[in-house]
Ligand binder design. Structure first.
Ligand SMILES: NC(=O)c1ccc[n+]([C@@H]2O[C@H](COP(=O)([O-])OP(=O)(O)OC[C@H]3O[C@@H](n4cnc5c(N)ncnc54)[C@H](O)[C@@H]3O)[C@@H](O)[C@H]2O)c1
Length: 370
């Protein structure tokens, strides 16, 4: 997929190692290949769990467990809000992907995924790539996010960026009455795979675009195609500048307290995961509301990637997947309207909508079809 750690509401006194809210947590060990992994299925009331595999050198087993529990729960919310027929799951492989990743290890991991009979479908995340999913798919039918050469959909950033653009249009409609960024000044932090394509959509829509990136080559590549795009030195300068919309498209943690306090934009809508530094009541989402800033929850607007990989499971059809990502416009409007009606932040409203959908789904766990 898609890199896909997402924000999920976390209760204040929640024990990060408590598995009781999750349907199934599987510890996987294959001494021959050195595989140590955990697969977590949070909820399958809307269908088989879907979520990527993170390959990361966790310092301890507990740290890996806490991460996979948090991430799989986040996927339940992301998939429910995206309206795809999937529950939430995630896997972590403990190790350094640059030294520990071997085809044997990935095949061993695929066998564990296969052992769940389709209750968990894996995809890419931090530390895993489409080529890795091609190898995982050698031993399981339940790997998506593969390369086009192997029947997959390939890079998910095209639809991720398109979905973010749809979310931004919806926020513009909600705030300014028109579903367009024409004449608005949009600041993008990070013009890598997602930010670069988003910039193209915005230019086409008639927005003024201003960007920043630590990677000079990324900026040069973009301004070579779009000479009208303005560049500022860093994120600190971007958020303090006179922008109408801020689109974080680099790393997580984009919305810390200092940023929220100085931000001049009226809308925040970007592709980066985990933008809210403090989750839950009284956290960053509420701080944004207090400053009158409309925040489009990251896991809502960056769902184009997961929509793409879920489509791949049906035999990839770009137009169908694009229609799914187009619906992010309606989903964002629904979230922003629900937030107004309920007098809560858009982040809380998105959680509320996801929970309602999950509650209306199957009351028993999803089982492989016979
Ligand atoms: N690619 C997808 O399909 C997808 C899907 C969902 C979410 N996301 C999330 O969107 C974000 C961007 O993903 P991507 O695929 O474009 O990644 P990428 O690595 O291609 O691009 C990120 C860009 O951010 C820049 N950057 C990093 N730190 C920066 C800083 N401090 N200031 C300015 N620029 C900085 C990098 O130089 C890079 O150009 C990530 O948070 C990712 O998890 C991506």
């Amino acid at each position: 997929m898609t890199a896909s750690s997402v924000t999920a509401p976390v209760a204040a006194a929640h024990d990060p190692l408590d598995t009781s809210g999750h349907e199934q947590v599987v510890l996987c060990s294959d001494p021959q290949s050195g595989l140590r992994a955990i697969i977590s299925i949070h909820d399958t009331s809307l269908g088989p769990a879907l979520g990527g595999t993170r390959f990361y050198p966790y310092a301890s087993h507990d740290e890996a467990l806490a991460d996979v529990l948090r991430l799989s729960r986040g996927m339940s919310y992301k998939n429910a809000v995206a309206g795809i027929p999937h529950g939430g799951g995630k896997a972590v492989i403990i190790g350094d992907p640059s030294t520990d990743k071997t085809p044997e290890l990935l095949r061993a991991f695929g066998r564990f995924v296969e052992s769940l009979g389709g209750r968990y479908v894996t995809a890419c995340d931090v530390g895993t790539y489409v080529q890795d999913m091609d190898v995982v798919a050698e031993t399981t039918r339940f790997a998506t996010g593969r390369s086009p050469e192997n029947g997959g959909a390939g890079d998910s950033s095209v639809l991720t960026a398109f979905g973010v653009f749809q979310g931004m249009r919806a926020a513009a409609q909600h705030l300014w009455g028109e579903p367009t960024l024409k004449g608005r000044r949009v600041g993008i932090a990070g013009v890598g795979k997602v930010g670069r394509i988003l910039a193209g959509h915005l230019v086409e829509d008639g927005a003024e675009v201003v960007v920043t990136d630590v990677n000079a080559a990324a900026v040069e590549a973009l301004t070579a195609t779009h000479p009208g795009i303005e560049v500022v030195g860093d994120v600190a300068a971007l958020v303090r500048s006179d922008i109408d919309v801020y689109a974080p498209c680099a790393l997580g943690g984009a919305l810390d307290d200092d940023t929220v306090d100085v931000l001049r934009a009226r809308i925040v809508c970007g592709g980066a995961n985990n933008q809210l530094v403090t989750e839950g009541d009284g956290g960053t989402a509420d701080r944004l509301v207090a400053r009158g800033i409309t925040y489009c929850p990251d896991f809502l607007v960056n769902a184009g990637g997961v929509i793409q990989v879920s489509d791949e499971l049906l035999g990839f059809d770009f137009d169908r997947a694009k229609r799914g990502a187009t619906a992010i416009f309606e989903h964002t409007l629904e979230v922003l309207e629900t937030a107004d009606e309920r007098g809560e932040s858009p982040a809380a409203a998105a959680d509320h909508i996801a929970e309602k959908r999950m509650a209306a789904g199957s009351s028993t766990i999803w089982l492989p079809q016979r």
